[in-house]
Ligand binder design. Sequence first.
Ligand code: SUG
Length: 441
Amino acid sequence: MTAGAHEVNFDGIVGPTHNYAGLSFGNVASMANRAAVSSPKRAALQGLAKMKFVASLGARQAVLPPHERPHLPTLRRLGYAGSDGDVLGLARRTDAALLAAVSSSSAMWTANAATVSASGDTRDGRVHFTPANLLSNLHRSLEAPATARVLRAIFSDERRFAHHDPLPAATTFSDEGAANHTRLVDARGGSGAELFTYGSSGDDASPRPAKYPARQTARASRTIAFMHRVQRAVFVQQSPAAIDAGAFHNDVVAVGHRDLLLYHEKAWVGAGECVEALRQHVPGLRALEAKERDVPLADAIASYLFNSQLVTVAGGTTAMIAPMESHDNARTHAFIQKLLADGVISHAHFVDLRESMRNGGGPACLRLRVVLTEEELAATQPGVLFDDALHERLVAWVERHYRDALAAADLADPKLLEEGRAALDELTRILGLGWIYEFQK
Ligand code: SUG
């Protein structure tokens, strides 16, 4: 890591419309839980508890706000007219799938919000941001404009922060953000190497998944590395077999932090060359491959073992924050115990994120990592930085505004829209973000 730089975890706050609509083809949890009743309140509180816990370990923590949902501007743009209640009612009757898409709280998975390159990695010494176009799924493709506004509001100093527009909305540029991007750097600090993973190369001759979509293209990854002026970039293809088994993002089968890289044997095409290339840039890299015979891919995906967060704790050791599901699975639990016994990690903590997990979002999906120097941190909008006081305020805010239960039929309820707007309006004041939502204009 650049001397004096900190990895800050920007977690997405779960939105008031968190629900299970089965929107993500290829995300097995999302598909399996379609039409289940969700609890937005429980989901949001689980997320806040995770943030508080990570912060208590000494890691830097911050938040990103939910987006406005249901997104009325999208429905109106598509021809739905009348009062907000009319628009919602008509959408429900004529195209319930569209209503579900514009109602998703999916912006909570901020690992997909953007790709971020640390200033220590870029040629102009600025932190670079590109919001992900997320065009593989309609519900997620609606996120980029609000994400861009939020990131510009938080990182407004142009001398330190460079904001790029999302990549063009064509399948050749399909981009899912930081879930397919990992920064590795020597434990002593310094300049890092950025690992970009993609699911399809765009080259007809190369292997591709047969069942499920590849959500990131090589062209998107290479273009972002180019735009961000990344000095040391490495590219690797996700294995089609992993995508077809349900690893729709790389962070379901691999995780890296500083000089530690954990990945599944079946994660990539050509893992050996990839690790060699990384080692050229990060000589002290500790790369550890989980073998299929120890951790079958199916167990890794079902338990979200690799969707753990690795964070540096006091004393400079690495703690793992893993989903409860990886504790409950005997194979993945044994793997974690071995990491502890071998001193690869110093602590393993298991967190309950079941509400998010049922949509395929584990601990790592819920956070966007931004590596910031002290000066860059000082130039960051302070209202989003997390501490016990903000935690308390946000818990009270959730308790006041969020529903205990939500089913598909509730998405057309105009009261849900009003409740959400009241909540978000208050949140922008809590976080000091100014006007970021269309309804606030
Ligand atoms: O994009 N699920 C998200 C989960 C994202 C997980 N992120 C990372 N792996 N980084 C997705 O598939 C499901 C919504 C629903 O079905 O209601 C959803 O969007």
